[in-house]
Write a protein that binds this ligand. Sequence first.
Ligand code: MEV
Length: 295
Amino acid sequence: MNNIKRRVGEGRSHSKIILIGEHSVVYGYPAIALPLKDVEVSCQIEKSDTPLLYISEDPLSTAVFSALEYLEISDYHLSLSVTSRIPEKRGMGSSAAVSIAAIRAVFDYFNYSLDKETLEMLVNQAEIIAHTNPSGLDAKTCLSNQAVKFIRNKGFELLDFQLDAYLVIADTGIHGHTKEAVQNVKNMNEHAFPILHQLGKLTEQFEKAFVDKSLHDMGKILSKAHIELQKLGVSIEKSDNLVKTALENGALGAKMSGGGLGGCVIALSPDMVSAQSLADKLMEKGAINTWIERI
Ligand code: MEV
């Protein structure tokens, strides 16, 4: 083992938002997601007098213990603190981001270098605890500085976004339930297949629209995807209402984002002024927080 040179190990990560392709990505269709580089989490690890307890259902604990096991370290006298600006269970990848920050902090504390592949492998182990059957999209996007087109078990592509448009993200304030939503879709069996196929097609069309920088097409496709997600039963009334508010107030398109049954909605705006007024309107209509991201 290397010598411990520092008394505090630190790790950071940022959050993410899915533009299109949630749920269908679990079944091998593509998804496109965006890192939210300003919405960050950090983790600090220090020596402690008491041993760190392993909590088997907790992704953060799983992440830390997987990292310790990987490094073959059995002295668990550590304490851990997490500072996060990422709201939990809102489809913003908080579980993946917290795991990334914690694993980085463990490696930093013990002064080991950490390559991207090992980090992603360890994060995905923790994500299995959080989501049961994660596609890997959350981890991949939280580890990326660029938008990602992701296909499960196939790979990913980094996408260059320079659209001069704005994405308004609005938090319903209601915890999402990704694990349950993914299970509900699974329980639909063959009834889900045409909807998942349609979501896959919409994702391909969306990619083409943003390569062509066609904001109007992108917006329309996002709104169509919301209708498909409603058919899958993963949206909730508050998300539907915020999507409706967005569309009635100048958004080019809007949809829920992430696992659903709560969480966030996203809306596409052509410029900063309309994005800001849309964000205000969404707050007025019940969103508890909004973020504006230039894309
Ligand atoms: C969760 O952020 C996105 C889902 O597609 C699940 C996954 O990709 O693992 C619902």
